[in-house]
Design a protein around this ligand. Structure first.
Ligand code: ATP
Ligand code: MG
Ligand code: MG
Ligand code: MG
Length: 438
């Protein structure tokens, strides 16, 4: 993409309304613009990152055996009356009336709808287990939308729903999602710690929130320090085999959110120097809830002897749009965003340091074409801004690599390659540039 033809409205100054760094940088780097309180438009650069986050989420859901579908944003109120949640949900639910006076709502989550779809289409135990998910916009009329996309009213969520014949099956489904979540966050360069979370009236140990430690987080959390250094990507995962050993390793050390925190246990189980008591961002939440929806909604299947079995269910959410804020909170510096390569909107930012100079223009254009031809996504700054401003913009938008093309280097047949994260710079011969990124 040539910057001269792109749509990238960046801001020099810090917007006054943004209280935390990720919100400031998302506005300054031209990723989003607020349309109404807690409702955002995704500008081209932000949309590319959102799609990259989505892609990782999707790949890991598929790898764990979940199946993608797509449910609508608008749902019927009657469905929610079946589960009893229409009245219970309260003001966070955006209620809508259509032209025929039918009561509708903008879905804040999808347990009812997926249970109805499953109930109406699956009749036999032979068709279980299944896990269905979608990546769809949700609306929650948050009292205090804030911190940009971190707590929006309209936000993108991946939500999966598992259907099993018994509790043992539900546990397996839960463990698959647990491990899929660890992999998902790790691939985005995040250290998300699974923490025991409140299960509500169902009880048991099958609810975890995935938490990124950050001062600006809205939850108070407590955990063992060693969890921060646990790494899942080095572990070979077979989703067909038992995942219990992995789960036991991750749940073997103390980690709990505020509601589940037990100060006495924390003190007894975790040595003082290993105690982390911090703030965190909830980027995901997995939950086993048994027959909470299948029972009132009549979601049953016929068992091997014709008996009727109420479905055991769980739900599994990832805050896809919130993740963009969380990634920036975890990865930025004075100059701006530092995208992990896996979610970066472009891999390379190519800077023409002297636009208008025939030699530099030709060399930069040739390099740009070669990078694109090699499949290296490149944002080419071909504008006539001065070099200093170009460097600042490139640092702000945080592409992992920069290539600086100027007359001094070209005289020696080289360009400068800069690593955004480490700041390291290297002179690279023109002919070797593409190979560095493929
Ligand atoms: P929170 O405690 O932050 O209000 P929640 O517990 O109400 O979140 P869940 O119902 O567990 O949220 O939804 C699954 C995921 O969706 C959350 O873990 C979070 O990452 C994301 N999410 C929830 N509410 C919002 C929101 N208002 N804006 C952006 N993402 C959200
Ligand atoms: Mg909430
Ligand atoms: Mg929560
Ligand atoms: Mg939650």
């Amino acid at each position: 993409m040539r910057l001269s033809r792109y749509f990238l409205p960046t801001l020099r100054e810090n917007p006054a309304e943004a209280q935390i760094v990720s919100h400031r940088l998302m506005l300054r780097a031209g990723l989003v613009r607020q349309s109404a309180a807690g409702i955002y438009s995704w500008l081209p650069l932000g949309l590319k990152v959102l799609r990259n986050i989505e892609k990782i989420v999707r790949e890991e859901q598929n790898r764990a055996g979940a199946i993608e579908l797509l449910m609508p944003t608008i749902q019927s109120a009657d469905l929610w009356r079946e589960s009893g949640r229409y009245e219970a949900y309260g003001k966070e639910m955006l209620r809508i009336t259509d032209r025929h006076e039918r009561e509708m709502l903008f879905g804040p989550t999808n347990e009812e709808l997926i249970t109805a779809i499953f109930r109406d289409n699956v009749k036999s135990y032979r068709d279980l287990p299944r896990n269905l998910y979608h990546i769809q916009w949700k609306f929650r009329d948050e009292v205090r939308p804030r911190f940009g996309v971190m707590r929006g009213r309209e936000f993108l969520m991946k939500d999966a729903y598992s259907f099993d014949l018994d509790k043992e099956g539900a546990r397996k489904a839960y463990e698959k999602m647990f491990v899929a979540y660890l992999r998902t966050y790790a691939r985005m360069g995040l250290k998300a710690i699974p923490m025991a979370a409140d299960t509500g009236p169902i009880g048991g140990d099958m609810s975890h929130e995935f938490i990124i430690l950050a001062e600006t987080g809205e939850s108070a959390v407590f955990c063992h320090k060693d969890l921060v250094d646990y790494d899942i990507l080095g572990t070979k995962v077979d989703f067909e085999a038992s995942l219990t050993p992995i789960i036991e390793r991750w749940t073997g050390l103390y980690a709990a959110t505020d509601e589940k925190h037990d100060a006495a246990r924390f003190a007894a189980e975790v040595p003082a120097e290993k105690q982390i008591s911090a703030r965190g961002i909830e980027v995901g939440h997995i939950f086993y809830f048994g027959t909470k929806y299948s029972k009132p909604m009549g979601a049953v299947v016929a068992g091997p002897n014709g008996e009727s079995i109420e479905l055991e269910m769980g739900s599994y959410g990832i805050g896809v749009s919130r993740l963009m804020g969380a990634i920036i909170e975890a990865s930025h510096d004075e100059g701006g965003i530092v995208w992990p390569e896996s979610v970066a909107p472009f891999k390379v930012g190519l800077i023409n340091l002297k636009a208008g100079d025939a030699t530099v223009d030709a060399a930069a254009a040739k390099l740009y074409a070669a990078l694109e031809a090699a499949g290296v996504e490149t944002l080419y700054d071909d504008t006539d801004e001065r070099a200093g401003a170009k460097f600042a913009t490139m640092d702000l938008i945080g592409l992992p690599w920069q290539v600086h093309v100027g007359p001094r280097g070209l005289a020696k047949g080289v360009v400068e390659v800069k690593n955004r994260k480490t700041g390291e710079r290297a002179e690279v011969a023109l002919d070797d540039v593409v190979a560095r990124f493929t």
